[in-house]
Design a protein around this ligand. Sequence first.
Ligand SMILES: [Zn+2]
Length: 225
Amino acid sequence: MKKFFVCLMVLFITASACFADELRLDRETQYQKKIMAIGFRILNANQIEQRMTFYYSPNKNVNAVTYLTSKQIAVFKGILPFLDSDDEIAAILCHEISHGIDAHKGLWRRLTMTMAPKSYELKADKRGIDLMVNAGYNPVAMIVVLNKIAEEPNWFETSSSHPNGSERLAALYEYIYTKYPAYLIDNDYKNNLYYQNFLLTSKDARKTIKEKYQKQSIKPVNNKK
Ligand SMILES: [Zn+2]
């Protein structure tokens, strides 16, 4: 009987040692693994044949970048406190993967991306929505994330490479409204603090969008996967 308990103790200690090994992965390694797994899931689900790689960077800026020549996508430490779920991490990655797809189209495309970054930003937001839906993520997360981080300068004050936040959010809402309306009807984010704030600050823009499509008699259809 005593032997049995000794065996049990040994087993327990070995098991907890293995478990401790798992836990010993530091935070930064966990971030790297998470970002990489979501990134590759998006590439595979969308059958994207161009190669891209994903990195966690300890940079404290609130940002993520796609390096146009190396096709490396880096998610900065500074943006992580703004991301509350896999859907929100996927939103950031899908936007960057869209830049990565363009970056693969050669030197000329990379030059135009550098010269006219704002149009590529809007494109990356919209194509990012398609990439999210195809990979099984909720595209409303893109609105939620941008509402937390996008800048709001007046047009004459802006020096940024990104369009004004309200403009981006309205364009995203319109895109989801026309292409994936089911996500807005059956909205998992309806009680989300940041989504509620988007609803509050986009009343006029959303009204204009609704009127625009009522006039064109396009009705949102339920096409949620
Ligand atoms: Zn971008």
